[in-house]
Design a protein around this ligand. Structure first.
Ligand SMILES: Nc1ncnc2c1ncn2[C@@H]1O[C@H](COP(=O)(O)OP(=O)(O)OP(=O)(O)O)[C@@H](O)[C@H]1O
Ligand SMILES: [Mg+2]
Length: 255
């Protein structure tokens, strides 16, 4: 890791232990609707301050919950723009599109900037990380600032939304610290079992979910079936999300 190229940044301010951890994991195979869920489920609320690690340009220069998501690949610009927007205090959406792609060094830069702008008395800063698995070295402890966002971000108003294709790729730090899971259709029974084991669900419940990609072929509508799991035993709700309109229903048959 090229540490020398990272700017020296301040620490987050106004630690507020009363803030609850609200980190979210989005987990599904490709075409399962993860990116659509980030955009449309409302776990990143409309009117939120939101910042994106966006290697595949899933958010850059598109509207997110009605607000344009501006983007930059310049580190200096990203730091300046995010600091300014946080100071202003109004809702914003800003994407960092890493020039070197989804690498651990790029993620470290992004996470360091977000960490420095944590403030327990300011509006929450929703932080969306696509492709965390490509940037993280192990499935164990998540190292560096990204790990710190998950472990310590809560009290500085940082809410991390991380996106994964496979259970085995999710670092333990992320599973341990994220109480809300949006789970779509997995690619394999093994992956379904991984989720079921960790969140006390039946393997069949997870394995029976149909992806948006599959529903597009079957019924001509990109409807992502999902289970939304939150804190507490038995707190799992099954639903279906239209990946274009954002309409949510209890089951695909209701569309
Ligand atoms: N704007 C759109 N117009 C038409 N179909 C769409 C649109 N957005 C999503 N879809 C459909 O919904 C499916 C799910 O898309 P989404 O990008 O949310 O999946 P994903 O889980 O993020 O996939 P990946 O792992 O490839 O990033 C796609 O396969 C596509 O069929
Ligand atoms: Mg995606």
């Amino acid at each position: 890791m090229k540490k020398a190229s990272l700017p020296s940044l301040p620490n987050p301010i106004n630690s507020n232990p009363a803030l609850d951890a609200q980190h979210v994991i989005y987990l599904a195979g490709t075409g399962g609707g993860k990116t659509s869920a980030v955009k449309l489920m409302g776990l990143v609320p409309k009117g939120a301050q939101a910042v994106f690690f966006d290697p595949y340009r899933n958010y850059a220069e598109q509207k997110f919950q009605g607000q344009m998501c501006h983007s930059t690949s310049s580190r200096a610009m990203f730091l300046k723009a995010l600091a300014q927007m946080r100071r202003k205090g109004a809702p914003f959406k800003l994407a960092y599109v890493p020039r070197s792609g989804a690498t651990s060094e790029e993620l470290e830069f992004f996470a360091s900037v977000v960490w420095a702008l944590g403030n327990g008395n300011a509006p929450a800063l929703h932080t969306i990380i696509e492709e965390l698995a490509s940037c993280a070295e192990t499935s164990g402890k998540l190292k560096g600032r990204a790990g710190e966002l998950l472990r310590g971000g809560r009290q500085f108003g940082l809410v991390v939304h991380s996106v994964f294709q496979k259970g085995q790729e999710v670092p333990k730090t992320v599973t341990d610290q994220s109480s809300t899971w949006w789970v779509g259709a997995m690619n394999s029974t093994n992956d379904a079992k991984w989720v079921a084991d960790r969140r006390s669900l039946l393997v069949d419940e997870v394995a029976s979910l149909v992806s948006a990609k599959m529903n597009k072929q079957r019924i001509g509508k990109p409807i992502a079936e999902y289970i939304l799991i939150s804190d507490g035993i038995g707190n799992a709700e099954r639903g279906a999300l239209h990946c274009v309109t954002g309409v949510k229903k209890a089951a695909t048959s209701q569309f």
